[in-house]
Design a protein around this ligand. Structure first.
Ligand code: ADP
Length: 647
């Protein structure tokens, strides 16, 4: 078929709709960041060279095997051209069509989505996502690609386009392996034919490209593998510069670790923690960002086997002597050396984070806010779970606001005498937790509660079972006897005494009231009983011993919509004024219909507080009846003139 086309010559193709859209945006609005097209072309050339080197190491026979791996840039001010060529793998005709004619690159699709939402953000986003080859149309009115695949019998092709509706592909006679791209610069972009301009851009973005970049015959980049240099000889600035290059970002890293090891594995590694977690912002350019090198040769970018999922935010380089150069990427996962490397990396990263937590509190907090959620997934890493759990941070009842954090070790160090468990409570926010009646007994006893705001936290706690031999116990499931045994402060103790007096005196009547309320509520509750945990609120719903925590039930309910609302125990507070009013009514007439109304309404309100509202209409109409009664009595009490609807 290629033969036939050689005879017929040129063929014209239309760009796909989304590419036209991308080209439109590029040509129209993005001026400030135009220089990134150089970075994108250089990085494509470097990728093509990496692949060619990889193939040659594997022993694949290639065209012009003696051609050295390098990138050349030539500038022509008169012709207004910027030309970049590489001796990489090149492209066949099919590859040209597949790679340059569509948006294969996930970054471009993501970019389009983001720009659609906010056009102003375009220039920065180009840096973030790398729109790739197409960014050339920010500066070009015409582009020619000539390319010849590294495969022995491949043919050479030329691709041309002015970046509007279509592109042209035709066969040509070129001998050299690789790709050459001639960029015909627009009148307003001739600066990119200036040597100093290009040199600055390359130093800025592409200094660490691992192949020589020659500009007018002179090599202008550094090509140093800084991860192989001794730590003492690398300056912070160099690490930052390398990171920016590596992660294609203008942001600095939050922290990094650079180390080498000899046993059990010989390796050099340089790993970075980014400042921002793009995953929580809803988009993630890349999931894993660790590149595997063997003896300085790049074997795989964005390798997924070297880093567990919960450390997927780490970016950097691992370079080992202990793998064969011709290892196939498919078998990496099962390779025992890779497993050993991974274990070593995890150990080093966790201890680096532990140091950060100890020595640089603010930085660690920044880390935790960005990546804590990923790290929590590490509770499943059985071998490292304790080290990982030590890195967890939570807000707690002892903090004055919702921003402060403490570790599980901090919590343990503050545990009360006689306290055996780590208590926590889940809720949407600090405010909602602080209104939860379940915390009253903890407040009264001065027992600290961890406040969990993230739904994943309860899974993490139940997955961990415990921490340093202490169990995690949810506030609504705490063993009251154990809590009662913890002594509270004297003042609190005194106040309690008074309250308990009333309860004691009225105990029998209150118990009867409980039975009456249970009768009123029927099947809606499992049981009604006097509470030992409430100090302020009139009532609370609790799980029957051994059941799921309230939060967990909510999660189950979300996952399984048909699940029944779990039946609960309603506890009433025998020293609360509302309950005491109800008691008076009950003593006067156990069948008083108003008592029934009050009991129903009390139940609905505790249910609401618990996060389940079964029947909002029933609840609202009950509430309005009570309001009608209350306002009626108020009017009577104040001798106000009543306004009647039938007046
Ligand atoms: P990306 O490089 O992020 O995949 P691009 O749009 O820049 O996106 O490039 C698309 C594809 O075109 C590349 O993935 C690669 O397969 C091919 N390509 C681009 N430049 C070259 C080159 N210099 N040599 C060989 N292939 C190239």
């Amino acid at each position: 078929m290629a033969e036939k086309e050689k005879e017929t010559g040129t063929k014209t193709y239309k760009f796909k709709a989304e590419i036209k859209q991308l080209l439109d945006i590029l040509a129209r609005s993005l001026y400030t960041n135009r220089e990134v097209f150089v970075r994108e072309l250089v990085s494509n050339a470097a990728d093509a060279l990496d692949k060619a080197r990889f193939e040659s190491i594997r022993g694949i026979e290639m065209h012009q095997p003696d051609l050295s791996f390098e990138i050349k840039i030539d500038l022509d001010k008169d012709k207004k051209t910027f030309t970049i060529s590489d001796t990489g793998i090149g492209m066949t005709k099919d590859e040209l069509i597949a790679n340059i004619g569509t948006i294969a690159h996930s970054g471009s699709a993501e970019f389009l989505k983001q720009v659609a939402e906010n056009e102003q953000a375009g220039p920065t986003l180009i840096g973030q996502f790398g729109v790739g080859f197409y960014s050339v149309f920010m500066v070009a009115d015409n582009v020619e690609i000539t390319t010849r695949s590294y495969l022995k019998d491949a043919e050479a092709w030329q691709w041309t386009s002015d970046g509007t509706g279509s592109y042209k592909i035709e066969p040509i006679e070129v001998a050299a392996r690789g790709t050459k791209i001639v960029v015909h610069l627009r009148e307003d972009a001739t600066e990119f034919a200036e040597k100093y301009r290009i040199e600055t851009v390359i130093k800025k973005y592409s200094n660490f490209v691992p192949f020589p970049i020659k500009l007018g015959g002179e090599q202008i980049n550094k090509i140093s593998a800084i991860w192989r240099e001794p730590k003492t000889s690398v300056k912070d600035e160099q690490y930052k510069e390398f990171y920016k290059f590596f992660a294609t970002t203008s942001e600095e890293p939050l922290t990094w670790l650079h180390f080498s090891a000899d046993a059990p594995i010989q390796l050099n590694s340089l790993l970075f923690v980014p400042k921002v977690n793009y995953e929580i912002l809803g988009y993630s350019p890349k999931e894993h960002g660790v590149n595997l090198f063997v003896k300085r040769v790049l074997i795989q970018t964005d390798n997924k086997d070297l880093m567990p999922q919960y450390l997927r935010f780490m970016k950097g380089v691992v370079d080992t002597e202990d793998l064969p150069l011709n290892i196939s990427r498919e078998t990496l996962q099962e390779n025992t050396t890779v497993v050993k490397i991974r274990n070593l990396l995890v150990k080093r990263i966790l201890s680096h984070l532990a140091d950060l937590a100890k020595d640089e509190l603010d930085k660690y907090k920044e880390f935790w806010t960005q990546f804590g959620r990923s790290l929590k997934e590490g509770y499943m890493d059985y071998a490292n779970r304790e080290k990982i759990a030590e890195l967890f941070r939570f807000n707690s009842s002892i903090h004055p606001n919702s921003e402060d954090l403490c570790s599980l070790d901090d919590y343990i160090s503050r545990m009360k005498e006689g306290q055996k468990e780590i208590y926590y409570i889940s809720g949407a926010s600090r405010e909602s937790i602080e209104r939860d009646p379940h915390i009253e007994i903890f407040k009264q006893k001065g027992v600290e509660l961890l406040y969990l705001y993230d739904p994943i936290d309860e899974f993490v706690f139940s997955g961990l079972f415990g921490f340093k031999e202490k169990n995690f116990v949810s506030a609504d499931q705490a063993d009251l006897k154990a809590l009662q045994e913890i002594k509270s402060s004297e003042a609190v103790e005194e106040k309690n005494q008074a309250k308990q007096e009333i309860q004691k005196k009225e105990k029998r009547e209150l118990e009867k009231l409980c039975t009456r309320i249970k009768n009123i509520l029927g099947d809606q509750v499992e049981e009604v009983r006097l509470s030992e945990r409430l100090t302020d609120s009139p009532a609370v719903l609790v799980t029957k011993e051994g059941g799921m925590s309230a939060q967990m039930q909510k999660i189950m309910q979300v996952m399984n919509k048909d699940a029944d609302v779990p039946k609960k125990v309603m506890e009433i507070n025998g020293s609360n004024d509302l309950i005491l009013n109800m008691l008076s009514m009950f003593k006067n007439d156990p069948k008083d219909p108003y008592l029934s109304k009050a009991a129903e309404q009390l139940f609905y309100s505790t249910q609401l507080q618990d996060g389940f509202v079964l029947d909002p209409h029933k609840m609202v109409s009950g509430m309005q009846t009570l309001l009608l009664d209350a306002t009626g009595w108020y009017i009577k009490d104040k001798n106000l003139a009543a306004t009647k609807s039938d007046d």
